[in-house]
Design a binder for this molecule. Structure first.
Ligand code: ADP
Ligand code: MG
Length: 297
């Protein structure tokens, strides 16, 4: 393409809220035949809410959330924010001050731990509990499985080494995600989902979106490695993501696309920014690239 055509292409993109960082991004985008999607905040709305709580100890739900929010208020994770918001509703106070958490530790991809009111508390996934030798009862397992089958994420809370309760967090698919995947299919572009979330939830969301290939429980390096594998097998790969943990993959991809509402680090790592955070704009970007680069040949 001539420099003028590229300028026109990026200009048209800008008017539609698709920020294309240079001609190379546009050139690579016209060859894309595989797109790797992050789940949370990319395919899903990214604002999880607590939908169910099940207690396994004799304690009030208020006390349960007092402990849980005290630990999670120190975390930036969207799940932590959902839990604190829910806890405020339970206590019926917007400006509730939680008990102090001591020795707070955030374990990336697993959860958080702290000491609250002299009790050891862990909030996180199964891995978090198993790594701390905490037994998960059959009842708790059942609730986790049920949450996963509903495309929700189950979170365990343990107090002094015993599971005190399980809560389920829902983060629904973005409206229209399914249609975008089916249009990509018709364009002969393969869609893959990669997420740090568990397999059950990941598979449920993928099914709703119409994505057949799923990789779950992925560390940030796993996301980038997967991209390199796809490239090695001949694909031109776009990665769409919003999180800090997506940035290595955004850099590794032929075209990194960041969700505008995502983290600054992802936006910086990407070649194209979807300013309106709409998945439809992936198609706009690729169409624009195809128009720019097929006109000239
Ligand atoms: P993703 O953002 O792709 O879902 P993460 O790596 O951030 O993946 O988290 C993976 C999983 O770890 C979450 O689905 C959740 O089960 C658990 N987790 C991480 N942080 C927290 C937290 N602060 N509280 C509870 N669970 C957490
Ligand atoms: Mg994400």
């Amino acid at each position: 393409a001539t420099p003028t055509a590229v300028m026109v292409g990026t200009g048209v993109g800008a008017t539609q809220g698709v920020l294309i960082k240079g001609g190379q991004a546009l050139e690579s985008a016209h060859k894309v035949n595989c797109i790797v999607f992050d789940k949370t905040g990319t395919l899903t709305v990214g604002k999880p809410v607590v939908v169910t709580t099940k207690l396994f100890k004799k304690m009030s739900i208020k006390d349960f959330y007092e402990f849980t929010a005290a630990a999670e208020v120190n975390s930036e994770h969207p799940i932590a924010k959902a839990i604190v918001e829910h806890a405020k509703k339970i206590t019926e106070e917007q400006n509730h001050s939680w008990p102090e958490a001591h020795n707070f530790v955030s374990v990336s991809g697993h959860g958080v731990k702290a000491i609250v009111l002299n009790k050891d508390i862990l909030v996180g996934n199964k891995k978090m509990m198993l790594d701390h030798n905490i037994t998960i009862s059959a009842d708790a397992e059942e609730i986790l499985a049920e949450a996963e089958s509903l495309a929700q994420t189950g979170i365990l809370v343990s107090l002094d080494g015993e599971v005190a309760g399980v809560l389920a967090v829902s983060d629904p698919l973005k409206p229209g995600a399914n249609e975008v995947i089916s249009i990509l299919n018709s364009m002969k572009i393969k869609s893959i989902m990669v997420t740090g979330d568990n397999w059950g939830t990941a598979n449920s969301i993928a099914r709703q979106a119409g994505i057949e290939t799923v990789i779950a429980e992925a560390q940030p390096e796993t996301k980038a490695t997967k991209i390199k594998e796809l490239q090695a097998s001949g694909y031109t790969v776009a990665m769409v993501g919003d999180g800090i943990n997506d940035s290595p993959a955004l850099v590794a991809a032929d075209v990194g696309m960041a969700i505008g509402a995502g983290t600054d680090i992802a936006i910086e790592a990407a070649d194209i920014v979807l300013m309106k955070s709409n998945l439809e704009d992936i198609i706009i970007a690729i169409d624009l690239a195809k128009k720019t680069f097929s006109r000239i040949r």
